[in-house]
Ligand binder design. Structure first.
Ligand code: ADP
Ligand code: MG
Length: 388
């Protein structure tokens, strides 16, 4: 991780603190929060150092002189927190660049490998979403850094609740800002599995998982071959027999069984599995369903803890859920290219090409070992208290 001088670090954290109530942090406020011994000139030197490496960016069209944290700056702060808490010592290779995240292998000081998931909502289309969405009425909700942070908080809360309930999910270790550290699962996504000894049995396991989620009040919402890892567990009696065991990941889009579109999400998860098993393993179940109306009757039965309620009680409020859901839905629609407003989306992209010179395009870049993480243009708000 790039080493920052103590003064530069103080100024970087000052910019983050200032961002809690300023979209653009005025330089005098940075000076006031950082309180460097060298006074204003010391702060200015640090500001220029940080801007040079892209951890903060000057916003040009502003009425006043000010800076905002870049995604690179936020990455840096989050990694620093994980390092201080001894969850991360070194950062290795990037294993995945998802639509909405970067997945890195990291290690702690004992060499134990873990996964760092960095949420990047808005990677695909920051400006289109920012400009024309009525749900983004206030700037706080419009901030993609705020939304990425919500995604991390939500994912961590669900992973924790599911893990506590004994679901096969990675163990969540820590969350800071828009990032999560979790255990590394030694398994490949089902997408990469070309054959299994007994497709019917794996299919039954996956359907059973959907129904078990439902019983606890939840729908995964993106239950597909990328988000199901298949671990090859050896049989206890006969190690030559391998049991493919599903481990589920990726939870920012989980919804409650009480959600107004719950049936659609439930059916979509079931259909995803059916479609994949038919295409990949030529397996079609003779049992129809499962059906939402039957699953709905099981919610909370036999003393099953309602995890949807538990997560809400943990501080992930309805407002946060709504902001995040709208953003995720938007992002998925854009990614599939099926947004019903794809026309004006195109227009805006053209427009973006035209005026690209006049916008603030400074993108933060964080260099960790030999990895370069390009950060996104984005605003950030840190108005929620998640202990970071
Ligand atoms: P996204 O939201 O971008 O889809 P995911 O959480 O689904 O991110 O992770 C993307 C990919 O990274 C997965 O398909 C998997 O290959 C890998 N991955 C994520 N988490 C883990 C983990 N805990 N252990 C091993 N691989 C993981
Ligand atoms: Mg995924």
């Amino acid at each position: 991780m790039r080493h920052l001088a103590a003064e530069d670090w103080r100024v970087l954290t000052a910019v983050e603190m200032g961002s809690k109530n300023h979209e653009l942090v005025p330089t005098p406020l940075i000076e006031k929060i950082a309180r460097l011994k060298g006074g204003a000139s010391g702060v200015h030197r640090s500001i220029s150092n940080l801007a040079k490496v892209g951890l903060i960016a000057k916003v040009k069209e502003a009425k006043y002189d000010g800076y905002r944290l870049t995604y690179g700056g936020l990455d840096y702060l989050a990694l620093h927190t994980h390092a201080a808490r001894k969850h991360v010592y070194s950062v290795g290779t990037r294993v995945g660049v998802g639509k909405e995240s970067d997945i890195m292998i990291v290690a702690d000081d004992k060499g134990t490998q873990k996964i760092l998931k960095i949420h990047r909502l808005g990677r695909i289309s920051f400006r289109t979403v920012k400009t024309n969405r009525d749900y983004l009425k206030n700037r706080q909700s419009a901030s993609w850094m705020y939304l990425s942070r919500l995604a991390a908080i939500k994912e961590f809360a669900f992973m924790q609740a599911l893990r506590d309930e004994g679901f096969p999910v990675p163990e969540p270790i820590a969350q800071s800002r828009h990032t999560i550290v979790m255990t590394l699962i030694d398994a490949s996504p089902m997408r990469q599995i070309s054959s299994v000894p007994d497709p019917a049995s794996l299919y039954a396991d996956l359907i059973a998982l959907i129904l078990r989620f439902a019983k606890h009040g939840l729908i995964h919402g993106d239950f597909n071959e990328f988000n199901i890892l298949i671990r090859e567990d050896k049989d206890e009696q006969d190690p030559s027999i391998i049991h493919p065991t599903p481990i589920v990941i990726d939870f920012p889009q989980m919804v409650s069984m009480d959600h107004q579109n719950a049936e659609m999400y439930f059916d979509r998860d079931v259909a995803c599995i059916k479609r994949f098993f038919e295409r990949r393993f030529h397996f079609v179940s003779t049992t129809p369903g499962p059906f939402f109306k039957d699953a709905k009757k099981t919610v909370g039965k036999d003393g099953a803890r309602r995890l949807d309620a538990a997560v809400e009680a943990s501080g992930f409020t309805k407002k946060m859920a709504k902001d995040l859901e709208a953003a995720i839905r938007e992002q998925q629609a854009n990614a599939r290219g099926t947004a019903d407003d794809s026309d004006d989306l195109e227009d805006e992209e053209e427009e973006e090409d035209d005026d690209s010179g006049s916008e603030d395009n400074d993108e933060g870049v964080l260099i960790i070992g030999d990895q370069v993480l390009e950060s996104e243009e984005g605003l950030q708000k840190l108005a929620i208290n998640d202990g970071t």
